[in-house]
Structures are given as C-alpha cells and as structure tokens.
Design a protein. Structure first.
Length: 286
C-alpha cells in the first residue's frame, strides 16, 4: 500500500496576508448601468458612521409661533405706522398768549378771573363777555325795569363810547357763585353822572318786582338800598323762595365812567363787593 503522503500543513499566515483578509470589501459602484443598490459598508463596527443627528425642534416651534402671529402683525403694523405718521404731522397747538391790555381801556379796568378769585376766595372762570349793554328786561310792574336789569340798556343806555361787561362763575360751572363787572365810558362826566342818578332813583321806587329774563323765565325779587353817596349806590336783590340766593351790587362814578360790580350767591357778599369795586375803580381812568 505504501506510506500515505504526508499531510500538508497550511503555511502560516504572514502579516501581509492577515491585512489583506481583514481589509474591507470595496463597495460596488452605484452609477448608471451598474445595477447596484446603495452601497453597504462591510467593514468592522468601528468603521460604521454614526446616524446623522435629528434637526433641533426649536426652529420648528419658532416657525409655528411666527405663523400664528403673522396675521395679527400684518393687521397691526399698518395702524401703528399711520398713527406714527399722524402724530408726526399733527400741528402743534400754539401756547396761549396773555392778551396785551392797554392802560386806560375798559379791558384793562376789569379784574381777571385769577385776580377776582383771590379777592373772593372762590376759583372763578370766565363765563361770558359782551361789548354792549343787553336789551332791558321785562318787569312787573314796568316801573321796576331799572331794578330788574341794572346792567342792561335800562341803566347804561346807548350813548357810551366804550363798554364792557364780564361775568365769571364758580369753577364747577354750576352757577352757584357768579360775579359781574361792568364799565361804561361816556363823552363826559355829566352824562355818566346822570346815569348814576337814574339808577339810584329807579332802585328807590321799586321794592319788589317779577323779573322775566331773555329766556322767558320769571322770578320774583325784593330790592333794598344798602347805602348811597354822591358818587355811588349799593343795594341787595333777594330772590323770593331762592333759599337765601341774593345779588349784592355796587355802582360807582369815576370821571366820565360808570362802573358796577355784583356778586350773586347764597350768602352775604356785601363786603366782598365793596372790595371788588375799589379794585376796579382804581384801574378806571377818569
């Protein structure tokens, strides 16, 4: 039979051979005509690429928030733009300039609301101002036309060369306190003095009367002279059923001017009227 042939012992693997065996198999190309699918790495686990990280979700939240606010922003931004343009183009309001009062005129003679407020102790605001006497009021009896309308044409007539009447009232605008100042300038002292005498005589001849104002409202008043002098007269008109409502007035002659001051309130304003008359008379030029 003979001796069997010796078994061939595989030759030891050299390092070069080991490197060839462990090298990764090259991926097949995936180009046109190759028919290959996506290449798959067959190397060692350490050579596999880590999976790509997912995109952060913060960007998605911001985009969703912006989409939610897009419509309100689109609606509001034009309004804000128009408001800004309007504010920029709006004309600035001029600062009130105090009137320039010329000494010796009827405007300079009257007390301002601030001056009157300090003297009366009441905060007063301007209510009305007229440059000519209002028509006489209706009175019953008719002989009391002067008493019921001491600041009207019944007293100051039509022969004045300058005239101004101003009425102030309480800051609340309720008419709970009113102040009236009147100055009429005439061609000479004789004409102004004659009007003062007419006023005094009219007050003396009327103790009470029903007054109908220009709005057609009627009210009954009682009149009392408080004092007379060669150049002045003071009196009180009290409204019947007026809960103490009364008007305190004083008229004074100065040069060729006839001035009058009155306060209407539910109190005693006689001393205040006297102080106001002195102040106005001091500003009236003879």
């Amino acid at each position: 039979m003979g001796r069997p042939a010796p078994l061939k012992t595989p030759a030891p693997k050299t390092p070069a051979r080991l490197a060839q065996l462990t090298a990764p198999t090259p991926a097949k190309p995936n180009g046109p005509g190759t028919g290959g699918g996506p290449s798959v790495s067959t190397g060692s686990p350490s050579s596999l690429q880590a999976p790509a990280p997912r995109p952060p979700r913060t960007r998605g939240r911001i985009g969703l928030t912006l989409r939610r606010w897009r419509l309100p922003l689109v609606a509001v931004l034009p309004c804000l733009t128009l408001a800004g343009i309007g504010w920029w183009c709006w004309p600035s309001q001029p600062t009130p300039v105090p009137p320039h009062l010329v000494a010796g005129t009827v405007h300079a003679a009257l007390l301002t609301p601030d001056e009157a407020s300090r003297l009366t102790g009441m905060t007063l605001t301007s209510s009305s101002e007229v440059s000519k006497p209002s028509p006489a009021l209706a009175a019953d009896p008719s002989s009391c036309a002067i008493a019921v309308g001491p600041t009207t044409q019944a007293v100051f007539g039509k022969d004045w060369t300058a005239f101004l009447s101003a009425t102030y009232q309480d800051a609340g605008g309720l008419g709970n306190y009113t102040m009236t100042q009147v100055v009429g300038v005439y061609p000479d002292r004789e004409k102004a003095g004659a009007l003062l005498r007419t006023l005094t005589a009219g007050l003396r001849s009327c103790s009470s009367a029903v007054r109908t104002d220009q709005d057609g409202r009627g009210s009954k008043w009682t009149y009392r002279i408080d004092g007379t002098a060669s150049n002045s007269v003071s009196w009180t008109a009290t409204q019947d059923g007026g809960n103490g409502w009364a008007c305190y007035r004083q008229a004074q002659l100065k040069g060729k001017s006839l001035l009058q001051v009155g306060i209407c309130e539910a109190g005693d304003g006689r001393s205040t009227v006297q102080a106001l008359t002195r102040r106005v008379a001091a500003e009236v030029r003879g």
